[in-house]
Design a protein around this ligand. Structure first.
Ligand code: NAD
Length: 251
């Protein structure tokens, strides 16, 4: 941990009355969920194009069996608990140091850790929704796990259930809310995102065009490192410990 960089982050956060945090898959690797682009990520093992061709809205509509055979292997997180990083962020929100979290993750770990003000732009894998318009009933992932068929069906009307997550080819959830939150921030802290996934990466870019105080905490490079006031390279240390140290120094 570079003490000087941490001190710089602390001095910026200490005078901010509106700190917003943007998180990506990297914040959940310390909870045991692999990211897509990291060493063990499925983009490396399977190839990005192949992954995108399956977790895609048109594959879901045309061939839900193919979709679910893959989806159930990759996005079922029954017993995952929040990491230290999720917990520190929830605690910082309680203390009024973080106003909101805008996340690309679908694992629900920010909410599980106790964060209240969370905008999950890619939805939540814990919920499933019936695709029949007139039904639209919601089910929990626990209920769906108990359904034996590969493609889960609504017990009420027989419609196919869809995970309540944003698939490739679908618009993100809370677009306006997420953009407004980010653009209204005094300090924006990006954690565990390569900033390649749009439109969220675009919001961060827009923020950095107008304001100075962008902080990035990530393992490896991101597309906005050049624009950051401070970039903290996580390297072999942990994001949880870095956030804990920042919170401790804030007093
Ligand atoms: P991404 O673009 O957000 O990249 C993840 C970044 O985090 C990478 O740069 C990686 O090097 C970094 N990272 C890994 N471990 C880290 C750590 N301990 N601390 C800090 N940084 C760390 O995300 P992606 O992997 O390219 O996935 C693309 C999209 O797929 C995501 O935006 C998300 O919607 C979805 N996804 C969600 C989950 C989840 O919900 N947990 C997991 C995988 C993918």
């Amino acid at each position: 941990m570079d003490s000087k960089l941490l001190e710089q982050v602390v001095s910026v956060l200490a005078i901010s009355n509106n700190t917003v945090v943007v998180t990506g898959a990297g914040i959940s690797t310390e909870a045991g969920i692999p990211d897509f682009r990291g060493e063990k990520g499925i983009y490396r093992t399977m190839g990005e194009d192949r992954v995108m061709s399956i977790i895609n809205i048109s594959t879901f509509q045309r061939d839900p069996k193919r979709f679910y055979e893959f989806y159930r292997q990759v996005f079922d997180f029954p017993s995952v608990e929040p990491s230290l990083a999720h917990k520190v962020l929830a605690d910082m929100e309680k203390k009024g140091r973080v106003k909101a979290v805008v996340t690309q993750n679908i694992d629900g770990l920010h909410e599980k850790a106790g964060s209240k003000n969370v905008i999950a732009v890619h939805g939540n894998a814990d919920r499933f929704v019936c695709t029949r318009r007139r039904c639209g009933k919601y089910y929990s992932s626990n209920q769906v796990r108990e359904m034996k068929e590969t493609v889960p069906e609504c017990p009420e009307c027989g419609g196919i259930l869809k995970p309540d997550v944003v698939l490739f080819g679908e618009p993100i959830q809370g677009y306006i809310d997420a953009r407004e939150r980010i653009m209204a921030a005094r300090v924006l802290v990006v954690i565990g995102s390569s900033l390649t996934v749009y439109p969220l990466a675009g919001f961060v870019k827009e923020f950095s065009t107008f304001y100075q105080d962008l902080i990035i905490i990530n393992k490896g490079p991101t597309y906005m490192d050049h624009a950051a006031l401070v970039k903290i390279e996580v390297g072999d240390s942990s994001t949880g410990e870095i956030l804990q140290e920042i919170d401790r120094r804030l007093g």
